[in-house]
Structures are given as structure tokens and as C-alpha cells.
Design a protein around this ligand. Structure first.
Ligand code: GLY
Length: 668
């Protein structure tokens, strides 16, 4: 009977996806959770009548409600929670309360740049207000607060300063240039500003902050440091500090949670792959950490097993995971979704969700603000409630979402803009091959005779090559404007995967392609053909795969001489510095090269590879291209590349392992 009732409830909810049993249970519990939350917050609003008129509830400790002023970093969370209650219920009571509490922030914070917490205070409050009401006053306020936040950015360092030095040489952190992981949370405000008629520099600042945080704030195991001090002249990290964590090399749970949330948000806003990779690595650290309790609610610091839990950190993480699951590949998406549902189910249980009249009428018990400072230990905190409500709304939206339509990702197209390139790309890389016009001398062509394949290093998951080749980007595509760049040189070599032939008389190569055809272009896969004098290559580029499939067949009426070997080549020449770390396999045949950072003015490292499952011989020519060769005239090989700037592969061993496993999986 219970089961039947549940099925009926779920069927009644329009557009609701069929979920796992845990998801269905949480979905069914949502109305009750929001009803109880509303009752708690009505009581809290009553209690606030005894507090100063410009204050906000922050915590309940030692039997007392503690309220804060607008400049406290937590002032935006209570108004934000009121907006979330309005969003769920549509009840004007909550809107009126949210408007009134948001109003308390506007004038005191409009130009306040006393620390970096601008986004916490203003975007969680007025940002939600703007989203739900469209009130232009909120937009003006947010543009002003973005401008205030921008004043904390140091152009040389590329970072927003988190905390001021109270006195020269004095104060807790003296004259240090402090940047904390929490700062990732202030970047959403800047992204909003840049996209909504504010200063385009806001986006550049947000990306710079995210890039440098990505580079320096994480340990190899994926856990985050809390506080870094930078030298503003050399831009080097001078020191690491533990701050609210238990020790420098430990992992403070909430700081780590800010990173998961912040990098997921930055991926949503920019589609830069390395932000997604960072968010997933950080999420995996949290979920795979052996010390994580079974209910997913972490200790306040991952190294302090058995001490207090920090529900606030877990609420931030649950909310982040519900956004991240929409961007992650299927297996990870299922893992993140299941973890978030488990955490929310625990938080909604009596173990963490307070009884009415207890806990100062905050929703969640058991958060930790600053244990090393012996402050706010095992208390309710307003931001735990805020991210809990946000996560519940994200969960509801996820369950109601129709399966997302696949976004265009793979492309193959003729690009006559420069001369006659043919280009193909997916979410990992772009490539091109040269056509007949470019073989002619200037002024019509450039006299480049080459059947080599060129590589474009992109770091975003949407198509960019047509825009780049058409010259419609922000400037030359030889410079990275945030989407990646062309910093690979192919010239007359084989580049990455151009074909060579070895016979009794030595090496021969085809000239440029004569004809090109797009066979199909779908969001997840593009297929094309390049016809050379002797053979035709059919290319298939697939979403998520940095190696492109190439099938070679002789053209009709052409007999490739029986004694010739044929196969893909890879430029590993010293002359062009493509001589990084290389790994070669013979059965199945593969070559994976890793070009070191910075050679030839190159930004980041480039990994290149060719794979030929049925390889008979490996050889190299006098242009320092290495070839995988075989006698069959009809054959399939793979070629492709990665760029460290995209974040998918950031070291030689990861690329080598990927290519080797790829080759082995083909052989199986
Ligand atoms: N942003 C300060 C904290 O997370 O406690």
C-alpha cells in the first residue's frame, strides 16, 4: 500500500524523472522538510524582533541567539534562505521577509571592499532576489559590489587579496598577501557582472583567480589547502597556513567544500575543462576519503577522525555535487548524485535536523565555524541552513529536469576563410589538414605542401575552430584568450597522424588533400573524408575522446605498391622541440609523446599520440617523424593530442597511461 501511494505521488508530479529508491524517498519527503523549515524560520524571525534592526541571525550558542551586522561575512545567508523558502513555497510572506532582510545589506555593503567576502554577502542575498524578482535595484547593487571586489585584485599577481593586513608587520597575518580557498565562492558574482552589462574585466579576474587557485591550492591527492601567502613581486607562494583547519597539511572540510562548489560553478560559467577536472578531483577526494563517515557528513577536518562533524561543509558539498553531476561523465554523475542524496537524507533526519523550538530554530545542528579558535564548535550556523535549502532546491530541479538535449560538441567542416583548411574538433581537441589552394605560391596560397595533421589546443567543451579560423575570436588564435590556442606547429612534417609510406626507394608522402567531404555531423560524433591522390582517409571524431579514428583505403583504380609499408606518423623532431618524454608500445603499436612546457614559446605541455593496432614495424624518417607501419593497404589507426591547459592530462605519465590503455582496449 505504501509503495502504491509513493508511485501515485510521483506520477502526479509532472515531468519528474524516475529516480533510485533513495531519490524517490527524498523527493517524497521534500514538502515535509520545507514545511518544517518554514515553521523553524517563522520562529527565528520572531526571535529576531528582539535583536538590533540592522542585524541578521548567525548562530545559536550557549542558549543564546547570536546576530551579526551587514559587514560580517555571513550576513547574506539568512536573506538567501528566506529567498529559497519563497522559491519553494511561492508564499508572499517569505518574499516580504526576504526583501526586508536583503534591504538591510544594500547601503552598508554597496561599496564595501574591506575583505573578499563580497560574493557571500551580496550574491547569496541580492543575487537570489534578482533571480526571483528581476528587481533592477538588486542588479545595480550587485554591479556596485562587483566593482568594490575588483579593487582587491592585484594585476601583477592575478589574485584577489582575501584578507587585509591590519597593520604593517602586525595582525594575525602581518603584511602577507593572503589568498584563501573560500575566495572561489566570490567569483560567481564577478561572472554575473561580466555577463550582465558590467565590466568585462570581472570575468578575467574570476578566471585568473580560478587558474592560480587550481595551480597552487591543491595537493596531488586532490585535497585543498586553506590559506596561501603569495609574494606580490615574484608571484611565488611564500607559505601555507592552516587557518580554520587542524594543521597545514590536513584538510579543513569546509575549505575543501568551497573548492568543489567554486570550481563547479566556474565550469558552469566558462566551460573551461580544467575547472571541471578540478571540481571532480576535489569531489572524488571527499567521497573516497577513508575517514568519511558512512552518512557522508564529514568531520570538521578530515584528519580529526572521531571529533565533531561539520554539517555546514557537507551542505556546501551536497549542493555542489548536485550541480557537478550534470556535467560529469555518467559513472561519476551517478556517484555524485547518490552521495548528495545520501547526505541530504541524513541532514533531513533527526540526527541533524533540529526539533521545532530547539537549536534556536535554525534548521541544522552540528556545524563547526572555527575549531582551532575554539569558536562556533558543534553549533547551528546560518550558512549550513542556506546550502541545505539550496541543495534541496537543486535536487528538486534535477528530479524534474527532462533529459538534457545534447549540446553541439563535435564538428567537421571546410574552412575556406584563411585558404582551404579542413578542420575537425570535439570537446578535447581540434585538428586540421591542408587543401590544394595553400599548395600554390603566394599571393593566392602559401606554398605549404603537407599531408600532416595540425593540432589546436582548446580548453572549452564547445566548438571554437570555425570562429578561430574565421578570425571572429577575440584576436589571434595563436594566443590564449580563455578558450585555448593554436601553439602546435606542423609545417611539412606529419604532425599528429599524417600518413607516410616506406618502400624500397625510401619514404614517400602524399601532398595536400584534393577533396573533402563531411559525411555526418552530430553533437556526439562527426565523420568526414579527406581524399588524397592515392588513398582516402575517413575520420571519426567522438565526444570525450582525445584520439581520432582514421580509416584508410586506397582510391579506386590505385594500387599501392605491394612492397610498401604504410601508416601514421608523429612528429617528434628535436628541431621543433617535439622531443619530450615518449613512450612506445609494439603490440599493440602506439607512440605517446609529451612535449615539455614552454618549449618554442609554447604555453603548457602538449601530449601527442598515434595508435596502430596491427603494427608490423616502427620506423622514422629524416624529418624526425616516427611511424607505425603495416603492409595492409586498408587499415585503421588513431591519432590525437591533449593540452595541459585543458586540465584533462597534466603530466606525461597520465597521457602515456591513457594512450597505452586505449591501445590495449583496441587489441582486446
Ligand atoms: N569563509 C569562512 C568560512 O568558511 O568559515
Amino acid at each position: 500500500m505504501k509503495k502504491l501511494l509513493l508511485a501515485a505521488t510521483l506520477a502526479a508530479a509532472a515531468c519528474v524523472q524516475a529516480g533510485t529508491p533513495a531519490e524517490d524517498q527524498l523527493l517524497q519527503a521534500l514538502p515535509g522538510i520545507f514545511e518544517k523549515s518554514g515553521a523553524h524560520y517563522r520562529a527565528l524571525l520572531e526571535a529576531m524582533k528582539a535583536q538590533p534592526p540592522d542585524s541578521f541571525p548567525k548562530r545559536f550558542q550557549d542558549g543564546k541567539l547570536v546576530s551579526i551586522k551587514p559587514k560580517d561575512w555571513c550576513s547574506g545567508f539568512f536573506p538567501g534562505s528566506l529567498w529559497y523558502l519563497y522559491e519553494y513555497t511561492g508564499d508572499a510572506f517569505w518574499k516580504d521577509q526576504a526583501v526586508a532582510y536583503t534591504e538591510r545589506l544594500i547601503e552598508p555593503l554597496r561599496h564595501d571592499a574591506s575583505n573578499h567576502d563580497v560574493g557571500f554577502r551580496t550574491y547569496c542575498s541580492a543575487g537570489n532576489g534578482l533571480r526571483l524578482t528581476g528587481d533592477k535595484r538588486y542588479a545595480e547593487f550587485l554591479h556596485d559590489t562587483s566593482a568594490a571586489l575588483r579593487t582587491r585584485f592585484d594585476d601583477n599577481l592575478g589574485l584577489i587579496r582575501s584578507w587585509n593586513s591590519p597593520k604593517k608587520g602586525g595582525g594575525h597575518f602581518g603584511t602577507k598577501y593572503i589568498v584563501i580557498i573560500d575566495n572561489m565562492m566570490n567569483l560567481e558574482l564577478l561572472e554575473w557582472d561580466a555577463k550582465n552589462g558590467g565590466d568585462p574585466k570581472s570575468d578575467k579576474i574570476a578566471r585568473s583567480q580560478a587558474d592560480i587557485t587550481d595551480a597552487h591550492h591543491y595537493r596531488p591527492n586532490g585535497s585543498a589547502y586553506h590559506i596561501l601567502d603569495y609574494d606580490p613581486v615574484t608571484c611565488r607562494v611564500r607559505a601555507h597556513y592552516s587557518g580554520q583547519g587542524g594543521n597545514v597539511e590536513g584538510t579543513w572540510a569546509r575549505g575543501h567544500a568551497w573548492g568543489i562548489y567554486g570550481f563547479t560553478m566556474m565550469y558552469r560559467e566558462t566551460r573551461v575543462r580544467r575547472y571541471l577536472e578540478r571540481a571532480m578531483k576535489a569531489a572524488d577526494y571527499w567521497l573516497d576519503e577513508p575517514n568519511l563517515p558512512a552518512d557522508g557528513i564529514s568531520y570538521w577536518d578530515f584528519s580529526f577522525v572521531g571529533e565533531e562533524r561539520d554539517v555546514s561543509a557537507s551542505a556546501v558539498t551536497a549542493s555542489a555535487l548536485l550541480e557537478l553531476q550534470a556535467f560529469a561523465p555518467p559513472a561519476k554523475a551517478a556517484k555524485y548524485r547518490a552521495a548528495a542524496v545520501k547526505m541530504l537524507t541524513a541532514m533531513a533526519s533527526p540526527a541533524y535536523f533540529a526539533q521545532q523550538g530547539e537549536n534556536g530554530d535554525f534548521l541544522l545542528m552540528h556545524s563547526v565555524g572555527h575549531k582551532p579558535g575554539n569558536s562556533e564548535v558543534n553549533v547551528p550556523l546560518n550558512y549550513a541552513d542556506y546550502y541545505f535549502l539550496e541543495a534541496l532546491l537543486r535536487f528538486k530541479a534535477m528530479m524534474a529536469a527532462k533529459p538534457a538535449e545534447a549540446k553541439p560538441c563535435c564538428r567537421a567542416f571546410y574552412a575556406p576563410y584563411r585558404m582551404d583548411d579542413f578542420a575537425w574538433e570535439n570537446d578535447c581537441l581540434g585538428m586540421r589538414a591542408y587543401g590544394p589552394v595553400i599548395m600554390e605560391p603566394a599571393p593566392k596560397g602559401q606554398k605549404l605542401v603537407s599531408s600532416g595533421f595540425d593540432v589546436f589546443n582548446k580548453c572549452v567543451d564547445y566548438p571554437v575552430l570555425e570562429k578561430w579560423l574565421h578570425g571572429k575570436g577575440e584576436g589571434s588564435y595563436h594566443k590564449d584568450h580563455g578558450e585555448g590556442m593554436d601553439n602546435y606547429k606542423v609545417s611539412t612534417g606529419r604532425g599528429v597522424g599524417g600518413v607516410g609510406m616506406l618502400g624500397a626507394g625510401g619514404w614517400t608522402y602524399e601532398k595536400n588533400w584534393k577533396k573533402q567531404r563531411v559525411i555526418s555531423e552530430k553533437p556526439e560524433e562527426a565523420v568526414f573524408e579527406l581524399e588524397y591522390e592515392a588513398y582516402t582517409i575517413r575520420g571519426t571524431i567522438t565526444k570525450g575522446c582525445p584520439l581520432v579514428k582514421f580509416e584508410v583505403r586506397p582510391n579506386e583504380g590505385v594500387t599501392l605498391a605491394a612492397q610498401r609499408l604504410i601508416g601514421p606518423g608523429l612528429d617528434v623532431s628535436k628541431a621543433r622541440q617535439h622531443n619530450g618524454k615518449m613512450k612506445v608500445g609494439f603490440n599493440p603499436g602506439f607512440v605517446a609523446n609529451w612535449e615539455p612546457e614552454g618549449v618554442d614559446g609554447q604555453k603548457g605541455s602538449i601530449g601527442t599520440a598515434i595508435v596502430l593496432p596491427g603494427m608490423a614495424r616502427i620506423a622514422s624518417d629524416d624529418m624526425d617523424c616516427i611511424y607505425l607501419l603495416q603492409g595492409e593497404k586498408t587499415f585503421t589507426y588513431y591519432a590525437g593530442a591533449c593540452w595541459s591547459g585543458a586540465g584533462l592530462f597534466t603530466c606525461a605519465s597520465a597521457w602515456h597511461d591513457y594512450v597505452e590503455n586505449f591501445a590495449n582496449s583496441l587489441a582486446k
